[in-house]
Design a protein around this ligand. Structure first.
Ligand code: HEM
Length: 247
């Protein structure tokens, strides 16, 4: 996506992130999505006419055994990479930083041993991940899970955020503990066929910001009581802003 158009995207992403707040916000979201849809379709048409060395051109010109993507599939793929690639990563940066600043023992452990960084971000994803309450599914046939039949055609919300605090799987699930074993993967990036394609990139982004902030600001701390932080209304969990003291 051309860098000059980043503001257009950021505005749409911001509105989309808040779509569940109220009716007025829902209408704003529809308008923003419609405008963005026109923009993406134009972008696809431009890449179709003159391919560039970028992902959209690759998707448009994809060949092989598979059927080419339809126009609607292309648009939704571009949307999910753009929106899915931005908002959850942005919010996990805040959630991870907040979890560390609220648990001084864990922050001290990380400062003492920077090799814990990957595990710390993984734990932040489990403890306070941005994808809440979970993932949407649509039952294509009757499915039985734990003795309950989910009828064909039902919309299902899979509560991955609850699974990430399942006491049968996680000892002390409500404790933020960056020394949990690396094998104990959460469902924060999904599972199976649709597992997040950007998982490693996202973790790298969050790790980079946290590592840089901690290195640059040895006295980094919250500037307000945690109770005063305001959570965004919407599908991607995160706070509106985190006032910090650095000196
Ligand atoms: C902290 C950041 C992120 C989180 C928590 C996250 C979470 C998720 C989750 C839970 C899914 C599974 C959705 C489902 O099963 O219905 C998913 C899928 C996906 N994510 Fe991410 N994601 C993040 C960052 C990214 C980034 C950086 C990109 C791309 C640059 C990305 C692209 C995608 C795409 C394209 C899918 C769909 C995969 C498919 O349906 O096969 N995500 N993500």
């Amino acid at each position: 996506m051309p860098t000059d158009d980043a503001d257009l995207f950021r505005t749409a992403a911001c509105v989309v992130g808040g779509y569940m707040a109220d009716d007025e916000a829902a209408l704003r979201t529809v308008a923003a999505l419609e405008a963005f849809d026109v923009y993406v379709r134009d972008l696809i048409a431009a890449r179709r006419a003159a391919p560039q060395p970028d992902l959209i051109s690759d998707l448009v010109t994809a060949e092989g055994d598979e059927q080419p993507l339809t126009e609607d599939e292309l648009v939704s793929m571009v949307d999910i990479v753009l929106f899915g690639g931005y908002e959850p990563s942005a919010q996990l940066i805040g959630n991870a930083l907040l979890a560390l600043l609220q648990h001084s023992d864990q922050l001290a452990a990380l400062r003492a041993d920077p090799t814990l960084l990957t595990a710390a971000v993984e734990e932040a994803l489990r403890y306070d991940g941005p994808v809440t309450p979970g993932l949407s599914r649509y039952a294509l046939e009757d499915v039985e899970i734990g003795g309950t039949t989910i009828p064909k055609g039902s919309y299902v919300m899979v509560g991955t955020a609850a699974a990430n605090r399942d006491p049968e799987h996680w000892p002390d699930p409500g404790t933020f503990d960056i020394t949990r074993p690396a094998t104990a993967r959460s469902l924060g990036f999904g599972h199976g066929l649709h597992y997040c394609v950007g998982a490693r990139l996202a973790a790298l982004e969050v790790e980079t910001v946290i590592a840089t902030a901690l290195r640059r600001y040895p006295r980094l701390r919250l500037a307000v009581p945690a109770e005063d932080l305001v959570y965004r209304q919407g599908s991607v969990r995160g706070v509106r802003e985190i006032p910090l003291r650095v000196g």
